[in-house]
Write a protein of this length. Sequence first.
Length: 540
Amino acid sequence: MRRIFYLILILNILISQHDSRFDTFDWVLYTQTGTINSITEGYNFTYFATSNAGILCLQLYQERFGEPITTAQGLSDNQILATHFDKSTGILWAASREFLDYSYNAEGNWFHINLVDAGLHRTALVQQIGSSQNYLWINAESAFLKLGKVSGVVMGILPLPDENDINWSGKHVYNLDLPEQLQNYTIMDGWMMNYNQFIDPYGKSIIPTTYYFCSNNKVYAGLEDGTIFSGDVQMETFYPLNNGLNNTDITAITTKNDFWVVGRNNFDSMGITRYNIHNNDFKHVDFENSINFKSQPFYSILETDKEVWIGGNSTISIYNKKKGFWREITEGNGVPGGKVTAMVEDESSIWVGSTRGLVNISKINKQAEQLDLGNQLLLQRINDLEIINGNLWIATDNYLLIYNYIINKLIDFKKLENTDVINNRKDIFFGFTDIYRDANNLYVATQVGILNYNIETEGWKVIVEPSSYSGSKVNKLVVVKEYCFLGTNDGIWQINIDNGYSQIYDFSFIGSVQDMYIRDDALFIGSDKGLIKYLWKKNL
């Protein structure tokens, strides 16, 4: 019977990588960190189990974050309750609510053990993982699982371990009492400590949830808000570290040197994030700590030379980059009602589209100007805006319009004289959801084909047929050379324009795509799962 039991367990140990075609970090998911639940030390990294962002990886000596390990690398879940690195085998272990995962290279190629099949009650939660010379141990509240260190085969379920020399990783403890020696540490960057609470530079008390002493005179403490403190045992000092986003449901990103990343999960969002892609550095802009920056969902963003405009519900939050302060304009300034869905800049103003119309707001006095165009588009949903040679291009659910704001003339693209190539089908186009521009071309996403407008020749053509993306609703469009990327509610289509070959990436960690941007060999994706980086050039 024991052999049969072990055979069943082995059959339930499943291997998972999201797709064998890709290297481990070809896809990377950044999201809101959540609570730090567990800490363990590896050969080159310290690993932090989080309640929302998988496993964070901090380089041991440079103290820079590497790429996180999430469901994009094959983890069973991004909510990791406990983690442990076994130095004798080099295996990284991670426990979620339903599975115990392990990887021989501590990166990808994850194996999964169903905890219920292993003998745990379905309501039991793993609290801590440790290893002895011969076994791996799982602390699951009222029971301890004893496993083979390499195979993951369960050797028994005990009320208490039958070994004494077990190296346990840090675990999540409610009402954690930090060791007295840590309470005497000096905390840098404006933080303070009051007994068992950390106090941030703005006076907010944050509770520690776990700590761990490493072998290189380092100690780490994890907090309930995702902050990590790196401590030097000899100097008795703590330095705060942050990684990940301030929210999870990402609606828009900017495209300059630093990404401004905004989202809409209003109840869970703590603010917005500035992300430096070169050094993988995240800086949080919190609602609580910013004057005139109110908690709300955001749907669009525009960065100018001097300001950052972020569109919310009938409001726009504006950040002055030189002076470092926020202000808010509302319907009293002429901001249209509904969700602010798109913004584009001309020489003196910002064109603002929403789910209920279009306005033109002065950069100087932040007031909307009176335009006949606004009345023509009243209550129309504006999906995207672009300015080309003095013309404002407007994408709506039913129309693609071109407005010359110098002579105050509005034209439906179907009435242009240079549409001969698509004359036999131009009347069927609808659902104009996104506009993308490169140096000489304009691309327009619809449900019945992707349109291309050559800015120099003013000629039109259909470059992607709807069959290439199953007629899906396209939320976002990016084109680079012969490749077209379409973001939908169910993932991303990658299409070769020259030969028509298309493939869909519908991995569960991608979710619904809401914004996209390409820089060099990386496609950055804002989705309802977080911010995703895809190294697309490696997989052509």
